[in-house]
Ligand binder design. Sequence first.
Ligand SMILES: [Fe+2]
Ligand SMILES: [Fe+2]
Length: 286
Amino acid sequence: MVAEASALTEQLNRSSNPYRDPLARIDWQDLDLEGWWLPQAAVSLHGIPAYERLPEARRIRLSQYEFINFIEKALWLEGIFMERISRALGNSLGQPSETLYRLHELREEAGHSLMFVELIRRSGLPIEPSAFTRPRLATWVGRHAPYRSAAFWIAVLIGEQVPDRMNRTIRKHRGEIADTIYDIITLHAIDEARHIVHARETLDLHLPSAGRLAPLYRPLLNRVFRQFVEAFYFPSPALYRLAGLEQPEAWARRAHANPVRIDFVDECVASTLRQLADKGLPVNWR
Ligand SMILES: [Fe+2]
Ligand SMILES: [Fe+2]
C-alpha cells in the first residue's frame, strides 16, 4: 500500500513540472469588468422570477460578487492547507518524494491564492470581510485534525472536490463568461486534478485504521460537509447587499429555498457524496 502510494507520488512529482506562474499566465489586461463572471446557471438566484426581472447589469454584478465569494472561500481553504503542508514539512526526514510533492502543492496553492487576490484587486469592487464569513467547525477540523488521519484527508478531499465540481460546471459554459475568468478556472482545475488524486490515495491509506471511529466521524463529517456547501454555494446576506440588492436577507432565504439552486448543488456534490458513501461514510447536505 505504502509502496503504491509512493509510486503515485513520484508520478505526481513528474507531472507537477514544469511549473508556470498563474499570475504571469493570466492576461489581466483582458479582464472584462462588465461581463458575466459566472454563467447564469451558476448564480444562486437563477430561476427566481423576481431575480430574473432585475436589470442585466445588476445580475452581472451579482455574478461577479458570487465568483469573488467562490475564490474567497478557495483562499480560505488554501490558506489552511498551506499551513498544514508547511507544518508537515517539519517532519519529512527520510521521505524525499513526499517532501517534493508537498513543496509542489505548496507552490501551486500559493500560485492560486496569488491569482485570486490579484483578481479581487483588479475587480475594483468594494469588499467587506463581513460578507465572507468562514465556517468555524470546518476551519477547526482543517487546522487541528492530525495530518496523518482519515478525518484530515476527508476534509481535504471535500474541500478540493466541492469547489472543483463547480469549476468544471462553469467551464462547460465557456461562451457565457469573461475569458479571463475561464482561464483562471482552467489553470486551477488542471492543478486540482493532481491534488485530488493525491488526496484520494492518501485517504485510502488512512481509512482502514479509522474504521472503528466511523460512527464518531459521521455527525462531524455531515456538519463539515454542510458548512462547505453553505460556504461555496449560498452567499451571505452581506454579499447580496454588496452586489446592490435590496432586502439582502430575503434574497439569502430565497436562495436556500430556490429549487433551481438545490438541483445545481445536488449535481455539483453528487460524485463526492457517492465516493464517500462507497468508503462507508454516507453524508447528505440537506
Ligand atoms: Fe488551489
Ligand atoms: Fe489544491
